[in-house]
Design a protein around this ligand. Structure first.
Ligand code: FAD
Ligand code: NAP
Length: 544
């Protein structure tokens, strides 16, 4: 890499989803020269890529939106309780237009390599378009769920029909009318896509490896009166969300200390309300396996009551992980779909896939002939997009090597040895465990304040200290191990990627607690970070 003598930009941001756009707006309004590099053809991040039928948010739209502009939040009108992908994308495009963001974004450009130049305190980035660009700081707004993963099933390349991943859906849409379609995967994406595809296709075969806990969304139109009432108290709602992650209704009671009938009544009440809030019915559900079994039993009974064929219902009942240890899915008509005559469930635990052939999917029970295959098979989550870039820090150290046994960060925001590189909602932060827009806005504000702190003091370098990072990693591990979360083979701990180190990546803490921890660090002059200028960056070293 050839190093320019001085950085052309103050900050480079990689990614133009919710995180990158907000970071750009914040920094530009504080007077920094900023450039965003985005692989996609336009803004939106996951909402640009995930155009599969049925795609929508599972955090209510009024909360799954930016809070940084009160005019924006008052003027934007949501039409549904949980907005569908086209509406969320329209919202993000509106934000880009409203704040004139596109002029500082290079689209259709993927960052391949990033190197820290210690002599100049700057990051140098190489891209797939030949663009070579530098800046003092680099912000990874690359997304926690942005590297789709196709299943490594033998023969898949030889399938004669089209293979689509939900996370890279064709912009022109896919018409399944009259087709025999197979869906592999029954996580959140599969559960949203399956009812929509079943309504269009001639036949649908669902290949399920692990049954999931699915809670009804009870989605519907968002009426004017309800929306206006919410908007009147928006500031209050937002402040509560900054403490709770989203406006969950938390309980201070333990299931273990509640009678069976009262428990049942509470589960039923929450089931009727719908949404991921279901898991907060009691405060011991994520720590006490017996308590968790009571809520899991409730959901299994619901599945058996909805699905008419008892054998299919049994296959759909999750029984190999506690409820909530894989991300809860939120549906519209998912289990009901299995009552349709054109839908067939293949339980891969009983009849595993042998291979994909030109004509379809071969399992141990025979060939399922198909015209199209949909892979709702998930992502290389949290670390995938960061490690997809060949990143080198101080002394040329490679991030891939540093994280070979799992990600190591301080507060989830920085990693030692890679100065001036910030990560938004990465491993070691609450990230995917909370409403992600709330987490993104917090990180954007914290990074902006840190840069202002450096600027005011004429400093050009900031990095995590090894000691602070070691303690944080230990703290994150302890927090996860106090819960049932590490018990499932989930993408939270990389179990979906062969060879990925099994480390629980997000930080299990209420976002309000985490925000306070980050604030305390900032208030103590960025305790645990090493701040300074150039190779001798020791001017203001603080103990964590
Ligand atoms: P992203 O939206 O993933 O954007 C990252 C961008 O970086 C992408 O556009 C990508 O192209 C770009 N990029 C990555 N690497 C490079 C590179 N090397 N060079 C250039 N560009 C690069 N969260 C919730 O809280 N509630 C929900 O209801 C919810 N629903 C979801 C539904 C789906 C289908 C998916 C996949 C995720 C959902 N999420 C949800 C999580 C979602 O990831 C976040 O809510 C949020 O959209 C993340 O925004 P982001 O900007 O951090 O990342
Ligand atoms: P996912 O949760 O990782 O689910 C992937 C599914 O594919 C799982 O059922 C998995 O089975 C299956 N699978 C993977 N490889 C397979 C193989 N080789 N053979 C058979 N089955 C295979 O991915 P996702 O559904 O895309 O969701 C990822 C995350 O994105 C969600 O958890 C959520 O955070 C977010 N999301 C949110 C929404 C929403 O409702 N707002 C919608 C979509 C996505 P195993 O479980 O056995 O591994």
């Amino acid at each position: 890499m050839t190093a320019p003598t001085s950085p052309a930009n103050d900050v480079l941001i990689i990614g133009a989803g919710f995180a990158g756009l907000h970071m750009l707006h914040q920094l530009r309004s504080r007077g920094y020269k900023v450039r965003v590099i985005e692989a996609a053809g336009d803004v939106g991040g996951v909402w640009y890529w995930n155009r599969y039928p049925g795609a929508r948010c599972d955090v209510e739209s009024l909360q799954y939106s930016y809070s940084f502009s009160s005019e924006l939040e008052q003027q934007w009108v949501w039409t549904e309780r949980y907005a569908a992908q086209p509406e969320i994308l329209r919202y993000i495009e509106h934000v880009a237009d409203r704040f004139d963001l596109r002029r500082d974004i290079s689209f259709n450009t993927r960052v391949l390599r990033a190197c820290f130049d210690e002599t100049q305190d700057q990051w140098l980035l190489d891209t797939d378009t030949g663009l070579h660009i530098s800046a003092r700081f680099c912000v990874m707004a690359t997304g926690a769920l942005s590297i789709p993963r196709l299943p490594d099933i033998p023969g898949i390349d030889g399938f004669k029909g089209k293979v689509h991943h939900t996370g890279a859906w064709p912009h022109e849409g896919v018409d399944f009318s009259g087709q025999r379609v197979g869906v592999i995967g029954t996580g959140s994406s599969g559960i949203q896509a399956i009812p929509a595809i079943a309504a269009q296709a001639a036949q649908l075969v669902v290949f399920q490896r692990t049954a999931n806990f699915v809670i009804p969304a009870h989605n519907g139109p968002l009426h004017d009166a309800e929306q206006q009432a919410w908007k009147q108290d928006y500031a209050l709602h937002r402040e509560r969300a900054r403490q709770l992650g989203t406006l969950y209704e938390f309980s201070d009671k333990a299931a273990a200390q509640t009678s069976a009938s009262a428990r049942q009544a509470e589960y039923e009440r929450r089931w009727q309300k719908g949404g991921v809030n279901f898991i907060h019915a009691f405060n011991d559900l994520m720590v006490n396996p017996q308590s968790n079994e009571t809520i899991a039993d409730f959901v299994r009974a619901k599945i058996r009551s909805i699905v008419k064929d008892p054998a299919v219902a049994e296959s759909l009942c999750p029984n190999d992980h506690p409820l909530g240890t894989k991300r809860i899915c939120v549906d519209t008509g998912y289990f009901e779909t299995y009552n349709r005559a054109n839908v067939r469930l293949v339980d891969l635990k009983k009849t595993p896939i042998r291979q994909v052939q030109a004509a379809g999917v071969l399992t141990s029970e025979g060939l399922h002939e198909l015209d199209a295959l949909v892979c709702a098979t998930g992502y290389d989550a949290l670390t995938g997009a960061v490690l997809n870039i060949d990143i080198h820090g101080v002394d040329g150290q490679s991030l891939q090597e540093k994280w070979a046994n799992g990600p190591r960060t301080y507060l989830g925001l920085m990693t030692q040895g890679f100065p001036n590189m910030f990560i938004i909602t990465g491993a070691g932060s609450p990230s995917v465990l909370v409403n992600m827009v709330v987490g993104i806005e917090h990180h954007v504000a914290w990074i902006s304040d840190a840069l202002a702190y450096l600027r005011q003091r004429g400093m050009t370098r900031m990095q995590a200290s090894r000691e602070a990072e070691d303690r944080w990693v230990e703290h994150v591990n302890e927090a996860a191990n106090r819960t049932l979360l590490p018990q499932a083979n989930s993408w939270f701990l990389g179990a979906n990627i062969p060879g990925k180190p099994r480390v629980f990546m997000p930080y299990v803490a209420r976002i309000g607690v985490y925000r306070q921890e980050c604030q305390d660090v900032a208030d103590q002059g960025y305790a645990g970070f090493v701040l300074g200028t150039g190779p001798a960056a020791t001017a203001s070293s603080h103990k964590f």
